[in-house]
Structure formats: structure tokens, C-alpha cells
Design a protein. Structure first.
Length: 111
């Protein structure tokens, strides 16, 4: 993951609704969810959800797939993992304090 991708990812998550959407999609797992259900879960209108998901798709944190007449959205776990890995290993250089705060054991190679 390069710096530009990290900046895009962090920027896409720097909004309360987007962070809530991401948390919902992570909890939904690989099945993902539809805009209406996401909106209900984060208390936002479907148009607002679509707007925020677009920003997250540009950062590749969320993917979408048309299923019949609806679109299912999913968290892109690979991209999220890359973002976290960059922050921990490249940015923070596996600092023990950062690793401990993240709940990562020193003997465990998380990234």
C-alpha cells in the first residue's frame, strides 16, 4: 500500500457516518448489505448512504455488486488490512507501545 492509498483511506473514514457504515459492513461480513438496510442501521437516508459509500468506494474500502435491481455493498477486508498494516508496520515501525494498544502480542506477526 502506498502513501496515496493510505491518505485516501483515512480521508474516506474521517466522517462519522462513513465510519458507522464501515463498522456496519464489517459486522455484515462477506455477505454485505443493501443501502436501505445500511441506512436504517446508521440512521441515514439512502441518498446520504450512497453519497458516503461513493467516497469509500473511491478509496477502495468498500466494494459494490449489482444483485438484481439492488446493489449490495461489502467491506473490502484486504484494503482495510493493508491500511492497518501500513499504519502499524510502516508508519509506527511496530512500536511496542502501539502494538500493545492495538492488542497485538509481541510474538504474533499480525501484518
Amino acid at each position: 500500500m502506498n502513501k496515496s492509498q493510505v491518505i485516501d483511506g483515512l480521508s474516506a473514514l474521517s466522517h462519522e457516518v462513513r465510519l458507522s457504515i464501515l463498522k456496519h459492513l464489517v459486522a455484515a461480513g462477506p455477505e454485505g448489505d443493501f443501502a436501505g438496510a445500511i441506512g436504517d442501521a446508521v440512521d441515514a437516508a439512502p441518498s446520504k448512504v450512497s453519497f458516503h459509500i461513493s467516497a469509500m468506494e473511491r478509496a477502495q474500502l468498500v466494494t459494490s455488486e449489482r444483485v438484481s435491481r439492488r446493489i449490495v455493498y461489502r467491506a473490502n477486508f484486504e484494503q482495510l488490512g493493508g491500511l492497518l498494516s501500513y499504519l502499524i508496520t510502516d508508519c509506527c515501525k511496530n512500536d511496542p507501545t502501539v502494538m500493545a494498544c492495538c492488542g497485538i502480542m509481541e510474538t504474533k506477526d499480525c501484518c
